[in-house]
Design a protein. Structure first.
Length: 293
């Protein structure tokens, strides 16, 4: 768990949700990213021997701290939790059992609720559906619900990428999806807290463009026949340059073909989301029209 200036009540909720797990055999690695509030006092107030507490000498921010967490972790299954989120008492027990039974799955999330609105949205659960969705359609894995195999991360030297700021989790999933399957446990095991002051809210426009960049890159690499031409359009998109009508039409037809493929290979009802995620958003931002969806 990475920690930076988390409010005491939220941090205690997060820590206690891990310490109270029904699955007891784990190391709870907490890295304090040079917090300037009372986070260290809060963490040290817990005397549980499963806690291993580390402190960054300087603020490495979320990507640097997340990579240090990977480097410091000693065991095969890595479960993440952000320091202002929390999980159900049986989360680890259920995810460990699932990964034990599904050796081809390397990244396992779950259903999760978004707080404080107490809402949840459908995400794919089966490995084939989830892997296709996260690689080509959109992020369906919550950081605070994920459990991963460290052996895959280490074998392919996968780390959170500084060049994918504010979408580093999706870039990490994209890199992992080249080497393993994904799945989501079909129960709510985690609670994700959204704050107006959060990184995602403050940098939404940049984050969205970065997400679309990652997904578009995956689609071109895996599906495009004329990769050079598609990448030339892709580069215009990245730079914010306008595309021609011919380029827009070519891109739109290419993406329609991808939608048709994915809708056939992703199960109902998740496949009904594919057109919205790929065409209405991705093609929309490639064209960069004036009004927003």
């Amino acid at each position: 768990m990475p920690v930076y200036n988390t409010k005491e009540s939220d941090l205690r909720t997060a820590i206690e949700s891990i310490l109270n797990q029904t699955y007891r055999d784990f190391e709870f690695l907490i890295i304090n990213d040079a917090s300037t509030n009372n986070a260290e006092d809060v963490i040290l107030s817990y005397k549980d021997e499963r806690i291993r507490y580390l402190k960054n000498e300087k603020n490495l921010k979320i990507i640097g701290t997340s990579n240090r967490l990977i480097d410091e972790a000693k065991y095969e299954y890595l479960a993440r939790l952000d320091s202002d989120d929390w999980c159900t008492p049986d989360r680890l027990e259920k995810q460990v059992a699932y990964l034990d039974e599904h050796p081809d799955v390397g990244v396992l999330g779950s259903y999760y609720k978004i707080m404080p609105d107490d809402k949840w949205y459908p995400v794919p659960t089966e490995p084939d559906d989830t892997t296709l969705f996260v690689r080509y359609v959109g992020n369906c894995i919550s950081n605070s619900a994920v459990m991963m195999r460290k052996s895959i991360i280490e074998k392919y030297n996968i780390r959170y990428n500084e060049g994918a700021l504010h979408a580093e989790d999706l870039k990490f999933w994209a890199d992992m999806s080249e080497h393993c399957k994904f799945a989501n446990y079909p129960e709510i095991l985690s609670f994700y807290r959204i704050s107006p002051e959060g990184v995602s809210s403050q940098n939404r426009a940049y984050q969205l463009k970065m997400v679309l960049t990652i997904l578009f890159d995956n689609i071109i690499k895996d599906f495009a026949n004329d990769k050079d031409y598609m990448y030339s359009i892709f580069i215009k998109f990245i730079k914010g340059e306008p595309v021609t009508d011919e380029e827009f039409t070519y891109t739109q037809q290419f993406l329609i073909g991808i939608v048709n493929i994915l809708q056939k290979h992703i199960s109902y009802p998740i496949n009904t989301l594919v057109k919205d995620y790929i065409l209405w958003r991705l093609a929309y931002f490639v064209r960069e029209p004036k009004k927003e969806i």
